[in-house]
Design a protein around this ligand. Structure first.
Ligand SMILES: [Zn+2]
Length: 329
């Protein structure tokens, strides 16, 4: 009963042009994805529903992607996908930290409405989630993440047939993209071939502590006159937590952050390759976005969740559906 009521609520008749104009999550993340397949991009209901993979890269600021003008090639796989896709040039995240932002992205509600702001807050039951929209329309729904703010106990699993928060911090770093992919692929094998799927994967490789590994990052320890040799593992802590900002430190910390982007980009490439091997990338809408960005003292602070400036609130949003969505809209 609850699902039926929620489904009716989601089936608003927005036109494709209206949807593509919409670059703000607060307007409608679930409606956007839901309407794309309901209308099939032509105003007619498609006989065959496309699969949907919703890729959330935690802490990914838009201006560190080559697709958004970054001069360093941090993300060749995302760039390849973006070249044949719809890329929203300016997207504002609903919040500066994960829990509030994801509550908005998954329900299309502004933080002032859903009220998920504090560490103990739960996603209120009365709001339809993106996963519910898909589940109510016959989709097999899967959610895989490694962020403790997204645990089932906070209500983020509503609408998912299978939902998993992987062990998050281990060996000083997050569960990496390859491990998230392994769980996602394992869950996908449980989806019947004749049934469409909605797969939400949430990667943490870019989030602090910045711990990129070879081949996505390699550099000799930084030597700073008067301070000696500073290992990278110390550098981030000194810069972000202690305010240490000698010449060269910020650039090196930012390079560590970029190493995380290279890591997750390779992971996204691997996931899409694996989906292709499984025959589940033939009619698939792929979406890439983030919950917030990251600061490197552009306005006095580091990391995120402390202020609202473009480095923290401007995130990427890319929709790819080859043969259905034009590129560059
Ligand atoms: Zn986050």
């Amino acid at each position: 009963m609850r699902h039926t009521e929620r489904n009716q609520k989601s089936a608003r008749g927005l036109t494709r042009r209206e949807l593509l104009k919409c670059g703000l999550y607060g307007a409608s993340a679930a409606y956007l994805l839901g309407n794309l397949w309901i209308n099939g991009g032509t105003g007619k209901r498609r006989k065959e529903k496309p699969d949907v993979v919703f890729i959330l890269v935690d802490t990914l600021r838009a201006d560190h992607l080559p697709s958004y003008g970054y001069k360093i090639n941090t993300a060749p796989n995302i760039q390849r996908l973006a070249e044949g896709a719809v890329l929203f040039e300016r997207v504002i995240s609903p919040s500066s930290w994960t829990k509030t932002s994801m509550a908005s992205i998954l329900t299309s509600q502004n933080p002032s409405r859903h009220g998920v702001r504090g560490v103990k807050d739960m996603l209120p039951e009365q709001f339809t989630t993106m996963a519910e929209v898909f589940a109510n329309n016959g989709y097999h729904t899967i959610g895989i993440n490694s962020n403790p703010w997204l645990k089932s106990k906070f209500g983020f699993d509503v609408g998912f047939k299978s939902y998993e928060t992987l062990l998050f911090l281990k060996d000083g770093g997050w569960t990496d993209a390859l491990e998230v992919n392994a769980a996602a692929v394992a869950a996908l094998t449980q989806c019947p071939q004749e049934k469409p799927f909605f797969l939400y994967v949430h990667y943490m490789d870019v989030h602090d502590p910045y711990r990129p590994k070879s081949p996505f990052y390699s550099a000799s320890p930084l030597t700073i006159p008067g301070h000696g040799v500073i290992p990278d593992i110390e550098l981030e802590r000194l810069y972000c937590d202690k305010g240490f900002d000698a010449p060269g430190v910020r650039d090196r910390v930012m390079e560590l952050y970029n190493g995380g982007i290279r890591t997750v980009d390779a992971g996204i490439g691997q996931l899409l390759k694996e989906m292709k091997r499984m025959g589940r990338l033939e009619n698939t809408i792929s979406v890439i976005t983030s919950d917030h960005g990251e600061a490197f003292r552009e306005h006095g602070t580091t990391k995120h969740g402390k202020n609202l400036y473009p480095e923290v609130y401007e995130v990427p949003l890319i929709f790819s559906w080859p043969g259905h969505l034009p590129s560059g809209v």
